[in-house]
Structures are given as structure tokens and as C-alpha cells.
Design a protein around this ligand. Structure first.
Ligand SMILES: [Zn+2]
Length: 305
């Protein structure tokens, strides 16, 4: 399904490296080497730059491990952690998700980056030369990652936090997705504006940094758009209920019984467990109250939203 390489398996999650991570790594080494050179950091600025990029990736991995750890602690399934262009992404699945678990799982990533950043900056104070330059850069960027990730737009962690808060207040996950998704798109447009203004800088590295920022903006836009699409699907699923789609006809002989109280995701899960054309809807007492046709649910899903 996804390109790249599986480098490890931690707590049941495949750790995958996407090709875009390597492309970004090479670009970062090339962009940062002249800056390390101008700082007079070490005999070989490219070696310093490679050590810097590897340290940066380790700190990004720690950010994702924080997401993974808390999600697993809540008993959620985490099939995959991806490391890519913009850092990483922890794919979380689980039926027991609620807004507060979502909030805690999201916020630990930026907290991890902030702690790593402060530790590296503190370490930079105690060292000198190339080590000091690398630690200072890793520290600075991790604090920046922590702040940037707390912007309240999807797919950033801050967007997940906002989605969780709106979900908690309104009870509607899809409403949270819509608001946080659109803020994510606005943040992407804002970054494009900043990148364009940076292109006219006097600094020799201005173009390189502006292009990096444009790549981040593109990635953010795609992530926000994907989240908005998922939000539409969520809203459609949320609008489905067995009782409103029920026919009063008697179910065909041997139809699988499911509860008439089911709705949304639970209804689809119950149907997926026993794929069939028709289901016998039963009340709390186990009495058959009507029939649910799979084709009716299918049509309602497509016509919803
Ligand atoms: Zn994160």
C-alpha cells in the first residue's frame, strides 16, 4: 500500500521510512553544510551537516515514539509509524477512541519535541565547536517543530488537539475535522506567503529555505485536504442509523440478527462482521422488529452529506 522500507517493528507497529525522507535528508545536508561552514564548525562542514540531519531524524523519531507509546497505553492499535518528508506520522486505529484519548495522544508529540529541544540547547551551552553547532541547531529546530506542530490545523498535532476539543464540546467528530481541516489549509496558504516573501531576502540561503518552506506548505495542504475528505466520510457514517433505514417487512429466513439500536460506525462494524444482503433488526428483548437491507445502507451512505 505504501512505498518505502520497514526498518523496525516496535510495540506492534511497523516503522517505515518513505523515500521522501531520504530526498529531504540530502537536501537538508546540502542546505545546512554552508551554514555550518560559515560558523567554522569542525573541519568538514558536510560531515557536521550529516551528523546534524541524522540527529534531527532521531529526535523526530522520539516525537513519533511518544505518540506511539501513549496510543498503545490506551490500548489503541497502531499498525504503522511513517517517517517522511515533513517528519513523521503515527497511524492510530482503535474502536475505543474518545476526544480525551485523542487529545493526550496528540499533545505528547510536541511535548517530546520541546523537551528534546530544551535538552539539546542546554547541552550546547556545555560544549563547543562542531558538537555545539549541531546541538544548538537540533535544539532550535526541535523547539520550532514543537511550536509549529501546535498550530491548530490538521494534519498537525495542534489540529488533532483542536479536533478533539470540538469533538468533546459538540459531540461531533466530523465537525472538529471540518474546522481543523480548514485551519490546516489556511496555515498552508500562510506558509506559501511567507516562502514567497523569503525568496527576496539578501541572504545567500534564502531561496533554499523558501523552497523547503514551499515543500512543507504543499504537504500541509495535502494533509488538510485528505483530513477534510475523511471528515465528509465520517459525517456520512455518523448519519446512518438502523432504526431510520429499517423496512417493516419480515426479514428473509436465516437473516443475521443485529440490534435496531445500532448507528454510525457501530452499525457498519456489525454489518462487516457478518456480510449479508439483509439483516433481521431486533430490539432489546430479542424480538424482530423489521429488516435492514445492505443496499439501503449503501444508498443512504452515498446520498448523505
Ligand atoms: Zn506529532
Amino acid at each position: 500500500m505504501s512505498g518505502g522500507w520497514r526498518i523496525a517493528r516496535i510495540a506492534g507497529a511497523d516503522i517505515r521510512v518513505r523515500p521522501s525522507l531520504l530526498v529531504m535528508g540530502v537536501i537538508l545536508v546540502i542546505v545546512f553544510a554552508p551554514q555550518f561552514d560559515s560558523l567554522g564548525a569542525g573541519p568538514n562542514p558536510y560531515l557536521t551537516s550529516i551528523v546534524f540531519v541524522l540527529s534531527l531524524y532521531v529526535s523526530v523519531f522520539l516525537h513519533e515514539l511518544a505518540h506511539l507509546g501513549v496510543a498503545r497505553w490506551f490500548g489503541m492499535r497502531v499498525p504503522m509509524v511513517e517517517l517522511h518528508l515533513l517528519g513523521g506520522e503515527t497511524h492510530i486505529e482503535g474502536d475505543s477512541r474518545n476526544p480525551w484519548q485523542e487529545l493526550a495522544t496528540s499533545v505528547v508529540g510536541p511535548i517530546a519535541s520541546f523537551v528534546v529541544g530544551i535538552a539539546a540547547l542546554w547541552g550546547a551551552q556545555a560544549t563547543e565547536g562542531a558538537t555545539r553547532s549541531v546541538l544548538w541547531s537540533v535544539g532550535f529546530i526541535n523547539v520550532l517543530i514543537a511550536i509549529f506542530n501546535m498550530l491548530p490545523g490538521l494534519p498537525l498535532d495542534g489540529g488533532r488537539v483542536l479536533r478533539a476539543l470540538i469533538w468533546a464540546v459538540t459531540g461531533s467528530e466530523s465537525k472538529g475535522v471540518r474546522v481543523a481541516g480548514w485551519i490546516g489549509r489556511l496555515a498552508a496558504l500562510g506558509l506559501v506567503g511567507i516562502a514567497i516573501s523569503m525568496m527576496f531576502g539578501e541572504d545567500a540561503f534564502a531561496i533554499g529555505r523558501a523552497l523547503l518552506l514551499l515543500a512543507v506548505a504543499l504537504f500541509l495542504w495535502q494533509g488538510a485536504s485528505y483530513a477534510l475528505q475523511q471528515g465528509v466520510a465520517l459525517a456520512r457514517i455518523g448519519s446512518l442509523s438502523a432504526s431510520s433505514l429499517m423496512r417493516e417487512d419480515a426479514p428473509p429466513a436465516g437473516a443475521v440478527p443485529i440490534s435496531v439500536e445500532l448507528s454510525g460506525r457501530d452499525l457498519l462494524l456489525a454489518m462487516a462482521e457478518n456480510p449479508s444482503d439483509a439483516y433481521a433488526l431486533v430490539d432489546d428483548g430479542g424480538f424482530v422488529v423489521g429488516t435492514l437491507f445492505a443496499s439501503t445502507v449503501d444508498r443512504a451512505y452515498r446520498e448523505a452529506g
